[in-house]
Design a protein around this ligand. Sequence first.
Ligand SMILES: [Zn+2]
Length: 44
Amino acid sequence: MVVKTQRDDVTWYECEGCGMMFDDESDAEQHEENCDHEDPSYIQ
Ligand SMILES: [Zn+2]
């Protein structure tokens, strides 16, 4: 999930899973789709 945060009057978009920050919402959403932080499908 992407979390919106305000810092120094700049809006950041943070990947809730790994904490990576983006200044562009679409970048954050794209990362979030590919982020493997909470996807259990690879667990064997
Ligand atoms: Zn992530």
